[in-house]
Design a protein around this ligand. Structure first.
Ligand SMILES: [Zn+2]
Length: 429
């Protein structure tokens, strides 16, 4: 009688199991909650339901053994270009952008921030064309140029840098629009930076700057020490043009002064903005990025940048700890763009989770000038979970062996934890 009762209870428990997905035995790195150790992570209803040293397997519909791997908040890449599909040639608001879903989950990324590919004029088109149709969480910085990164003359047109209209559009889509961006400006005036700061003041958002041409009429030092406000972000920090090192290879003091002022430094690797000869000496002397980002677009992804885990791996091999690298790719960017609901594994938070493997071996990394840095560690995204569902699984860690599923297994997944195509289930007979 007792046995029958407990069997009944067990089957009831499985049918109505408390958790949808349980990641068991992984090493959790969660900067916001100061966790850096082995924990189980349980997910239910698309939210983090429990993080603890031991959660019973019987409490979950799906249990995945992730021992030996690292479990982190879903990675946030806060500098990408994903305004694809407009048909515009040679522009980041067009052919130079990529559709996010093809590049994010396979690199452990669950949230991207488009860094100003659109402006106040074409943001609604970007939203309709990409943001609303993507499984990746896509946030955006509005370009101070009304037409965004249309290339050529469009981005140099100061008459289309309308702070008022940009701020208005940003406030209309608050939460989705998370910053104001200026980029690629080549003129000698401060107009692009100043209008960007003006729009940011009006909308209560931070600024991100790609300084475009570095000109003596508007010194970079002045940008960091005077024009930008604490909390504003300079991206492309290891760009060749950034005055970084003196003749003795010492980091110039104004950069630390800017840090002290509260200026945020973002990696923004890209196809032209990351050199080992800047980054390696700077990092040794403590000038590290606040956030790690890719500047993903069609050129960078096939060159030295590749993807988020590759850029993170560079920093790992340049001496940052794994804990730091993860924090700078999760919780730090979330705070920079004031989306503190993301980037951590607090109970109740959205269940965006990444499982990473640290591969040991002989690896090579390329910078934007084609120089190599050798390294012995490389991050690999194993499983990506978005809103509580598995959206990517490199080595079938969440799957059942085919020869144990019976002769006629089907491809129906379990909607409680599985969002990928397939998800074989046992045959009825
Ligand atoms: Zn960019």
């Amino acid at each position: 009688m007792k046995t029958i009762l407990s069997m009944l209870l067990l089957s009831c428990a499985l049918a109505g199991a408390q958790y949808d997905l349980l990641l068991k035995g992984g090493h959790v790195i969660d900067a916001r909650n100061n966790i850096n150790g082995v924990r189980d992570v349980a997910i239910a209803g698309g939210k983090i339901a429990a993080v603890s040293e031991s959660i019973p397997a019987s409490a979950a519909v799906k249990v995945v053994d992730v021992s030996g791997l690292y479990v982190t908040p879903g990675l946030m890449d806060m500098h990408v270009h994903v305004y694809a599909g407009t048909g515009q040639r040679g522009a980041y608001s067009g052919d130079l952008s990529v559709y996010p879903d093809g590049f994010t989950f396979r690199a452990g990324v669950t949230t991207v921030v488009d860094a100003g590919s659109s402006g106040h004029r074409n943001f609604p088109d970007f939203k309709d064309r990409v943001i609303d149709r993507s499984r990746t969480r896509v946030l955006a910085m509005l370009n101070i140029v009304g037409l965004g990164m249309g290339g050529g003359k469009i981005e140099q047109d100061a008459s289309d840098m309308n702070a008022e209209a940009t701020a208005e559009q940003a406030m209309k889509y608050k939460g989705l629009v998370v910053a104001i961006k200026t980029a690629h400006y080549a003129g000698p005036e401060w107009v692009a930076v100043d209008r960007t700061v003006e729009a940011a003041n009006k909308s209560g958002l931070p600024v991100m700057v790609d300084f475009g041409s570095f000109r003596p009429e508007r010194p970079f030092q002045e940008l960091l020490l005077k024009r930008l406000r604490p909390g504003d972000i300079y991206t492309h920090m290891y760009l060749s043009m950034v005055p970084m090192l003196d003749d003795q290879q010492k980091v110039l003091p104004y950069l630390f002064e800017a840090k002290k002022r509260g200026i945020i430094f973002d990696a923004g690797h890209g196809a032209g903005s990351f050199l080992f000869r800047q980054a390696v000496p700077a990092i040794k002397q403590g000038l590290v990025p606040d956030s790690i980002s890719t500047d993903l677009h069609v050129s960078s992804m096939n060159a030295g940048m590749k993807d988020m885990t590759n850029v993170m791996s560079k920093f790992l091999n340049m001496g940052l700890s794994l804990q730091d690298v993860v924090a700078k790719s999760t919780w730090a960017p979330s705070r920079e763009i004031k989306r503190e609901d993301l980037g951590h594994l607090t109970v109740g938070a959205v269940a965006d989770v990444t499982v990473l493997r640290v591969l040991q071996g002989e690896f090579g990394f390329t910078d934007v000038n084609g120089a190599r840095m050798k390294g012995n560690q490389k991050l690999q995204a194993e499983v990506t979970v978005k809103d509580g569902r598995v959206v990517y699984d490199l080595n079938a860690l969440t799957r059942e062996d085919w020869d144990k599923l019976g002769p006629r297994y089907t491809s129906q997944g379990n909607p409680r934890w599985d969002a990928t195509i397939g998800g074989a289930v046992r045959s009825r007979k």
